[in-house]
Write a protein that binds this ligand. Structure first.
Ligand code: AMP
Ligand code: MG
Length: 358
């Protein structure tokens, strides 16, 4: 079982020995390993059950150190680092021969990031190699934003979790591909792409395929359709009209009860998990619920009572985890579709149930 502590020295020792260690970053917890050690990288893929086609992000403490492991770095990269680093921004650049192909799943490019969490930076400064660090969760599942989340899924597979408290951003990094002639947005994340465009007066390409890469072709599996999935079906809706349609579906209630695996729930009561952006469901639905949905418990997680997008992002994954533990079905309200809301909605849509709707 992993031990949990706050010793940078302890974490560094495990990393030097070639073992993966979970580390706090401002985005989500990462499962870090020496990016130049093939055995260590294999251990990361194994611990996460992550397919080898899904490239890892390489973490370094400074622009100077990145310059050793990347090549042909365009001027835009320096402008972006100047503005946003350290922080939740990953730049895909051509990689130097110092990085093994396994890190990038055979691609000639790699994703580079300078994390802002002080413990992550301390650790990076105390080892003399880059850290490859995907999110510290089982492949495809919800990302961890606390040390406890990491232990829940990977406790048996890794020796040490460096505990740096809850993640401040709570969403993965924004990924830009700068390896070609035009900058491409590969993943929405902690820095809204719209802000980047406005700040630097640039236009990012948003190719449809960057969001819908399928397993056979994946250069960018963080963008796979079924990423961030909860262990129970999650259905997204945009507004009250869509919520009403969902709540009117008798089949939804039946599904909620049918899929209830007794063992995982404290009581055998049918329960529906509601992930809400700012407030509980409107009164008119509350009344309908109480009158007609007799006996069905409602468990509500509100992402930000004040409607603050940063707070909502920070709470998203913990709320998804909390609901998947207590409810066989989650209905999730999408955030307003701007700023960080775009990244929140991206995660919710990828987490959502892709089969026939119940
Ligand atoms: P995560 O699992 O959050 O660490 O995200 C890693 C993701 O970064 C991968 O799934 C890819 O989407 C993206 N990524 C990393 N390296 C590259 C690369 N060389 N080219 C394109 N996308 C990359
Ligand atoms: Mg991940």
């Amino acid at each position: 079982m992993a031990s949990v502590g706050n010793s940078i020295g302890q974490a560094a020792i495990w990393l030097q020995k070639g073992y993966p260690v979970a580390i706090p970053t401002e985005t989500v917890y990462g499962l870090a390993a020496n990016a130049c050690d093939l055995d260590a990288l294999i251990r990361v893929f194994e611990a996460k059950k992550r397919p080898l086609f899904d490239p890892l992000i390489v973490h370094l403490p400074s622009v100077t150190t990145i310059a050793r492991y990347a090549k042909d770095i365009p001027p835009l990269a320096f402008a972006l680092w100047e503005r946003y680093s350290p922080g939740p921004l990953t730049l895909v650049l051509r990689k130097s021969t110092l990085l093994p192909d396994l890190v990038s799943s055979g691609l000639p490019t790699a994703g580079f990031r300078i994390p802002a969490h002080p413990m992550a930076l301390d650790l990076l400064n105390s080892v003399d190699f880059p850290l490859a660090a995907p999110s510290a969760n089982l492949f495809g599942r919800v990302s961890p934003t606390t040390a406890t989340h990491v232990v829940d899924q990977l406790g048996d597979a890794i020796p040490y979790v460096l505990d740096g408290g809850p993640c401040i951003v709570g969403l993965e990094s924004t990924i830009l591909d700068l390896s070609g002639p035009e900058p491409i947005l590969l993943r929405e994340g902690g820095i809204p792409s719209q802000h980047i465009e406005d700040d630097l007066k640039i236009t990012l390409q948003r190719p449809h395929h960057a969001y819908r890469v399928h397993e056979e072709t994946a250069p960018s599996a963080g963008t796979l359709d079924n990423h961030y999935a909860t262990t129970v079906p999650l259905i997204c809706y945009r507004n009250n009209e869509e919520l009403e349609l969902l709540l009117r579906k008798e089949s939804l209630w039946e599904a909620g009860q049918r899929t209830l695996p007794n063992a995982r729930f404290p009581s055998n009561e049918p329960t529906l998990g509601m992930l809400r952006f700012q407030s509980d469901i409107p009164n008119k639905f509350l009344e309908v619920w109480d009158e007609t949905k007799f006996g069905i418990r409602r468990i509500v997680e509100i992402l930000s009572p004040t409607g603050d997008m940063k707070e909502a992002a920070r709470n998203l994954f913990a709320a998804m985890r909390a609901l998947e533990r207590v409810s066989p079905l989650i209905l999730a309200e999408m955030a307003p579709d701007h700023g960080l809301g775009t990244a929140i909605n991206d995660r919710l849509q990828r987490a959502s149930f892709k089969g026939d709707q119940p």
